[in-house]
Write a protein that binds this ligand. Structure first.
Ligand SMILES: Cc1cc2nc3c(=O)[nH]c(=O)nc-3n(C[C@H](O)[C@H](O)[C@H](O)COP(=O)(O)OP(=O)(O)OC[C@H]3O[C@@H](n4cnc5c(N)ncnc54)[C@H](O)[C@@H]3O)c2cc1C
Length: 476
């Protein structure tokens, strides 16, 4: 099995006995038919189906030197062509969702590829099992497995003095025995928790307590594992009224571990602070994952820009200077993101094992810029759309006896009332619905706190050429 179809993905997820709770009830029966999950699972299934379409297979499917055929999202890049192919793969999938599914399978498949390309950091180290990462990667490639992940600890006490707390709710290793290591406690959240074959769990950067310094992967239905979901942001089920939230609401859930036994052949490392921190900072997790992220964000920016321009045309406001400036702000964001993405590929460097690693600095700049750009883009869409963003009768009003008259009053500059409403429903769902505001929070935070992420740039940036340049001026 090289790449799977959407049906295979759904059958596998439905076949799991995962313990998922929502609205005070355990999800019983097939998760793919539950109202809170079915839209996102269907959209994810459509992504898998694209792999089987001939027009996309050149980009979405890869055959390596050993003759193995698999999804390009698992590809560990060795050449510039590999990196370009990875970017194109992400963007084909992102175009299908408007970039609104942050956790389309390519995200975690990229994380696993990054871990696999970084196993040298574990070799010969205490309590480390690099072979388990390689085995998982090979299984994932063979069966086109899907993953979610969780690494941040619950948000109870973020003080620097948190280590003085006697009791921690954080997931930690409480026992080790012949069967495996026993994990108890919680992790902050997993997007798509319960919607994937497996969950990869690892410690956050800066871990101090050795019992929390671990990484592993287990099936989503492992005994003792519970996904406690947030409330659903799915719309009313009508595609016209809620064109995005019905399809792309990826659930988020708190991940609870009740003495979960993680078999030894599933453990990547444990009880080793140095490795846990090194694996975050020195591994290819950041550059590989950010290359995936920025590739998607470029598509999402194109989408948001398109929505903004359609609004401008729909109500004919393009002659106003501030409107042009607002569109220009979005265009600048888009072009900068594209340029940074290309730059990360141009500056990519091969390591001693031949892995081609995209340059970190342009990617960090792109990801942290997007944390500011995305909320601004949704604000711009609101500023352009104004009252149109809320004057949105349900489709059933249009189909009622007042529908004809209503459509006449709702018409746009060059659009029927129905088409204008469809456009503004899209804009409102993108920016203002619960789904839309979660999208904004997601882009602000999902890869890390914007403050600490931006601070990292000055930490690793090489100032040498700038300071010696300034110094030479000083001395001349
Ligand atoms: C929609 C969404 C989906 C997500 N999906 C996933 C997922 O699938 N898997 C996963 O593991 N994680 C996921 N995350 C979590 C994400 O990684 C975190 O939100 C992010 O790392 C920030 O952590 P936090 O939310 O705990 O915020 P906190 O760290 O609690 O920050 C809260 C506030 O306190 C400030 N603060 C806290 N500590 C410090 C400090 N040391 N120095 C300076 N300021 C500080 C921050 O700047 C911020 O303003 C998701 C988040 C969101 C919003």
């Amino acid at each position: 099995m090289a790449v799977i179809s959407g049906d295979v993905y759904k059958e596998r997820i439905d076949g799991l006995q995962q313990n998922v709770w929502i609205e005070g009830k355990k999800v019983e029966g097939s998760i793919s038919s539950h109202p809170a999950f079915k839209g996102a699972i269907q959209s994810q299934a459509e992504l898998y189906d694209l792999q089987g379409e001939q027009k996309h297979s050149d980009v979405l499917v890869h055959t390596d030197e050993a003759g193995r055929t698999f999804g390009t999202s698992y590809l560990i890049p060795k050449t510039k062509e590999d990196l370009e192919k990875r970017r194109q793969m992400v963007q084909v999938w992102a175009r299908h969702t408007g970039g609104l599914m942050g956790r389309s399978p390519d995200y975690m498949n990229t994380v696993l590829a990054a871990f696999t390309a970084s196993v040298h950091l574990l070799e010969g180290e205490e309590n480390c099992f690099p072979e388990n990462i390689i085995n998982l990667y090979n299984r994932a490639v063979k069966h086109d497995l899907s993953f979610t992940h969780t690494f941040i600890n619950p948000q109870n006490n973020r003080s620097l003095l948190v280590f003085m707390d006697d009791e921690t709710p954080n997931a930690r290793v409480v026992d080790c025995n012949d069967d495996g290591m026993v994990v108890h406690g919680a992790k902050l959240l997993a997007t798509q928790g319960g919607m994937t074959d497996e969950i990869i769990v690892f410690s956050p950067p800066g871990v101090i307590d050795e019992s929390q310094a671990f990484a592993f992967s287990i099936p989503s239905d492992t005994k003792g594992l519970t996904f406690a979901c947030r409330r659903s942001f799915v719309g009313n089920g009508n595609r016209f009224d809620s064109p995005l939230s019905n399809r792309f609401d990826e659930m988020d859930s708190v991940v609870m571990f009740d003495h979960v036994v993680v078999p030894w052949d599933r453990v990547f490392y444990y009880n080793n602070n140095k490795v846990a921190n090194d694996f975050f900072i020195k591994s290819y997790f950041a550059p590989f994952t950010m290359h995936q992220i920025v590739s998607r964000q470029v598509v999402k920016t194109e989408f948001a820009l398109g929505v903004a321009k359609l609004i401008v045309d729909a109500i004919n406001i393009s002659e106003y200077e501030h409107v042009q400036l607002k569109l220009a702000e979005m265009i600048k964001g888009l072009e900068c993101a594209r340029a940074l993405l290309t730059q990360s590929e141009v500056q990519a460097e091969a390591d001693e094992r031949g892995v081609l690693v995209p340059a970190r600095t342009p990617l960090y700049v792109a990801v942290t810029s997007f944390q500011e750009l995305y909320p601004r883009m949704t604000e711009i869409i609101e500023l352009l759309g104004a009252s149109g963003m809320v004057c949105l009768p349900h489709e059933e009003q249009l189909n009622s006896s007042i529908g004809c008259e209503l459509e006449r009053y709702m018409r746009g500059h060059d659009l029927t009332g129905r088409d204008k409403l469809a456009l503004f429903n899209l804009a409102s769902d993108l920016c203002m619905s619960q789904f839309g505001t979660r999208q904004t929070l997601y882009e602000r935070f999902f890869f890390g706190d914007p403050v600490r992420l931006s601070k990292m740039i000055t930490g690793f940036y090489n100032f040498e050429s700038s300071t010696s340049f300034a110094n030479s001026f000083l001395k001349s």
